[in-house]
Design a binder for this molecule. Structure first.
Ligand code: IPE
Ligand code: IPE
Ligand code: MG
Length: 224
């Protein structure tokens, strides 16, 4: 049985779900929050150490302003309401991505990390304004600035994900089979699962089924 430390998820399909049911993409984003709660709980039940959720990509700025504003309001409220509960559940929050938000949001994000910093349970990484290519570019820039050599180890140490092991599982919901600039470096040996369910419809059963399948995969890492 494979050990399982880190699950990464591309939470896709909110917009289509909302459009189909309520003729509103934003309703889908709101519904997606319930799935996040379910998946966090199930991750704790399975003793998973790291859960990384793709919440907003560097490319998602191309969306209509009204949708972007809605997404950030949703995140802000979610964090405010859930922070206590996360803290009580021993969850450590970490935001990965380029921190270029309003002063207010920056403060909320830093505070959420600070409050939960000493927690020893699940580490919940939220990828926000995250893009893998810019992450890799910035890592190499930092290495050059420190006059270090460009090695695999040094690149790892200068990514947003330093100190986080590579994901064992990547899940993308929403019928689409692509990586959309998510953790390109870190996913080199990750087991990838695509689900046809739209994110608001994805549930504990679907998640547990993927974990069960993963446990029995023969992971070679280049060996035979
Ligand atoms: C959620 O799904 C991903 C986010 C950017 C929050 P989408 O909003 O991409 O939903 P679809 O793919 O349009 O259905
Ligand atoms: C990826 O989903 C980003 C997030 C889940 C946050 P997108 O819906 O933005 O991806 P593309 O544009 O379809 O590739
Ligand atoms: Mg999408």
């Amino acid at each position: 049985m494979n050990p399982l430390n880190h699950v990464a998820i591309i939470m896709d399909g909110n917009g289509r779900w909302g459009l189909k049911r309520y003729n509103s993409r934003n309703r889908g984003h709101r519904a997606g929050l319930d799935t996040i709660e379910k998946i966090v709980r199930t991750s704790i039940d399975h003793n998973i150490k790291f859960l990384t959720l793709f919440a907003f990509s560097t490319e998602n700025w191309k969306r209509p302003k009204s949708e972007i504003n809605y997404l950030f309001d949703l995140l802000e409220n979610f964090l405010k309401i859930k922070l206590n509960q996360f803290h009580k559940n021993n969850i450590k929050l970490k935001i990965i991505g380029q921190r270029k938000f309003s002063k207010k949001l920056n403060k909320l994000l830093s505070n959420s990390e600070k409050v939960t910093n000493r927690n020893t349970g699940l580490q919940l990484n939220i990828a926000l304004n995250y893009g893998s290519r810019i992450e890799i570019i910035n890592s190499i820039k930092k290495i050059n600035k420190k006059k270090l050599s460009v090695t695999e180890d040094n690149i790892n140490k200068n990514l947003y994900t330093k100190n986080i092991p590579d994901p064992d599982i990547l899940i993308r919901t929403g019928k689409t089979r692509r990586l959309s600039n998510f953790l390109l470096w870190q996913l080199s040996y990750t087991e990838i699962f695509f689900s046809n369910k739209l994110w608001p419809d994805f549930n504990e059963r679907n998640y547990t089924d993927i974990i069960k399948k993963y446990r029995n995969i023969k992971r070679n890492f280049g060996e035979v």
